[in-house]
Ligand binder design. Structure first.
Ligand SMILES: *Cc1c(COP(=O)(O)O)cnc(C)c1O
Length: 213
């Protein structure tokens, strides 16, 4: 009951036009089912093994998003069902997704993960690589690049977060088209800043599942 209420409260706060990915990593099937029954169909996971297990065990109309770093050799495990991969961070991975999607006779929706944070260890393409990724993707028939995903630095410095999200929004606005229309940014700690910077999709976990009162 508690998590359904939290989800409702958050949905009330955000625009209807914003798509909400409920990040269900480490959460139980029971918790996911509770939100599913309240109408939430989109869930995000960051580990292939957990994702495939939940796909097998839970209702088939759930739309699963892969939001974490994806190793090339694991794409085959999720290719038949994944609804959106947020974390395309190498050309090699993009080719592999295309190959596996072809084998499954489908098209897989993807976002280009862009490095916007100042921390060195974050995955993603550099801003100056994006044009090349888009150019290559245009030759691939079984992947569909729908936009970008970015993660801001984990910090309490809201100005820095704002700057990083603003950078990604600028790129998004330049590249935006009918096909490329998704900007995935914002997590529990920074989603209000992401909303100010024109995101179209947010990924929320702890703000729904954890009681912070
Ligand atoms: C865990 C995770 C989230 C959700 O984070 P919360 O702080 O729990 O909202 C969003 N995006 C990615 C890529 C994550 O790994």
């Amino acid at each position: 009951m508690f998590i359904t209420k939290k989800l409702k409260e958050i949905k009330k706060k955000i625009s209807r036009n914003l798509s909400l990915v409920v990040v269900s990593k480490t959460r139980s099937n029971e918790e996911i089912l509770e939100l599913y029954k309240s109408g939430q169909l989109v869930f995000g996971e960051n580990k292939v093994q957990e994702l495939t297990r939940k796909y097998e065990e839970l209702p088939k109309d759930i739309q699963w998003h892969m939001i974490g770093h994806l190793q090339t050799n694991k794409v085959r495990h999720i290719a038949k069902f994944i609804s959106l991969i947020h974390s395309v961070d190498s050309i090699k991975l993009l080719y592999e997704i295309n190959k596996r999607a072809f084998k499954e006779n489908r098209t897989i929706n993807c976002l280009i993960q862009v490095k916007i944070a100042s921390e060195k260890e974050k995955f993603g393409f550099e801003i100056n690589e994006i044009d090349n990724v888009i150019r290559i993707s245009e030759g691939l028939k079984n992947t569909n690049i729908m936009g970008f995903m970015g993660m801001a630095t984990f910090t309490s410095d809201n100005e820095l977060i704002n700057k990083e999200f603003n950078n990604l929004n600028k790129i998004y606005k330049q590249k935006k088209s009918i096909k490329l229309n998704t900007l995935s940014m914002g997590m529990s700690n920074d989603y209000s800043i992401a909303i100010k910077n024109g995101n179209t999709m947010i990924r929320l976990g702890s703000s729904i599942f954890e009681n912070r009162n």
